[in-house]
Design a binder for this molecule. Structure first.
Ligand SMILES: C[S@@+](CC[C@H](N)C(=O)[O-])C[C@H]1O[C@@H](n2cnc3c(N)ncnc32)[C@H](O)[C@@H]1O
Length: 375
């Protein structure tokens, strides 16, 4: 599973990291002097060689039967991944708050503390089912709190409710009194969520995080850093249109997608982004960092691992897509969002021991839900 290593070079001690780093390779003969170089330019020959490599490794496609298995059992392949690696695979992100200051504490948030305390006193977070009786099927219901209404779904008669929202609403909706809500989708074992909770001391902050791997979610929930007063981790498949998110539309300030959309079959990406877009408040942001076209990981795939154009399956059954900037722009703008940032981060990583060079390509996007016109 060597292909999954979405990390860059850390800044030195005490250094403030520039966006996309600031170590530039001006003299190619110095390439093995450091472990990584930022913002590298590709030559035309290099780009052409990468294109040829992709044509080669895409020439033969995985058979239809196996493709169905990888799709239907996608969560199981990720469960197996986390059973093996637990929380030792993906490193915490030194770049997180430089690239996405939206996740860091907001300036002048002290006034929110008072608001938060007021809200707590008022006991706003009780969220109960207000409509419909038992036995109704897949019908949207709402349960209300003074500050947040959550969407729920009931199981058909005679079946057990497998998702947690209904149960949550009957008790208490986590984060209902928060003033700043972040939702991370495909959170894995919490390598983004835990740094946010550690760094962002905004008393109004609440972090929701989900993954379709129950093994990963369990690792998040059982971590000593997991604080149910500030965070709610739940199992959720972002492609499952019948499974509601436990938060209502227009309630989330920031949606975070870090190396997760690439794990989704391309023909389900648009609907997944549309749903997430609806959860955002007006003015809310969708943040993404993911694999870019011709990243080293794409060029390393062998013939027979390609599922469809730029979409591959790894040896362990997990899948990965390699995006262009335009494709991501289309996904987000079709979902009604406005571009704030859509950048390619090209980095040269170096294995000095083996004298190897590895060209990484990541894409970083920020798209905003338009503000409502003032009346
Ligand atoms: C490459 S890992 C990244 C994990 C995490 N975002 C990180 O950066 O450490 C991709 C994650 O997406 C999750 N995932 C893949 N497809 C998903 C889906 N349809 N719904 C929810 N999570 C999904 C996987 O279980 C895995 O945890």
């Amino acid at each position: 599973m060597a292909a999954q290593d979405p990390e860059g070079a850390p800044a030195g001690p005490g250094q403030r990291r520039e966006q996309f780093g600031s170590r530039f390779l001006s003299d190619p003969s110095h390439v093995f002097h450091h472990n990584a170089w930022d913002n590298v330019e590709w030559t035309e020959e290099q780009a052409a060689a990468a294109e040829r490599k992709v044509q080669e490794n895409s020439a033969q496609r995985v058979c239809a039967e196996k493709q169905v298995d990888y799709e239907v059992n996608a969560h199981k392949y990720w469960n197996d991944f986390y059973k093996v690696h637990e929380n030792g695979f993906f490193k915490d992100r030194h770049w997180l708050f430089t690239e996405f200051p939206e996740l860091a504490p907001r300036p002048n948030q002290n006034h929110l503390k008072d608001l938060f305390l007021e809200t707590e006193k008022g006991g706003l977070s009780d969220c109960r089912n207000t409509e419909g009786g038992p036995g109704l099927t897949t019908e949207q219901r709402s349960c209300s709190s003074a500050s947040l209404r959550c969407e729920t779904q009931t199981a058909p008669e005679g079946q057990t409710q497998k998702s947690s929202p209904l149960q949550m609403c009957a008790d208490k909706l986590p984060g209902s009194s928060a003033t700043y809500r972040i939702l991370e989708v495909g959170c894995g074992v919490g390598n983004t969520v835990f740094p946010i909770l550690q760094t962002n001391n905004d008393p109004g902050l609440f972090v929701y995080c989900c993954d379709f791997s129950s093994t990963a979610v369990e690792l998040v929930q059982t971590s000593s850093e997991y604080d149910p007063a500030r965070c709610f981790a739940f199992v959720h498949d972002l492609c499952d249109e019948d499974q509601p998110y436990p938060v209502p539309e227009n309630s989330i300030d920031v949606v975070v997608l870090i190396f997760v959309l690439s794990a989704v079959v391309p023909n389900k990406m648009q609907k997944a982004i549309n749903r997430l877009s609806r959860l955002l408040k007006s003015g809310g942001m969708m943040l993404l960092r993911d694999y870019g076209r011709y990243d080293m990981a794409q060029l390393r795939f062998k013939k027979g691992q390609c599922l469809s154009g730029n979409f591959y399956v790894r040896g362990d059954g997990t899948r990965v897509y390699f995006f262009t900037q335009d494709e991501l722009d289309t996904l987000f703008t079709t979902a009604g969002l406005e571009k704030v940032q859509n950048l390619v981060d090209r980095r040269l990583q170096v294995n000095r021991g083996k004298q190897l060079t590895m060209y990484r390509v990541w894409i970083q996007c920020k798209y905003r839900k338009p503000l409502l016109p003032s009346t």
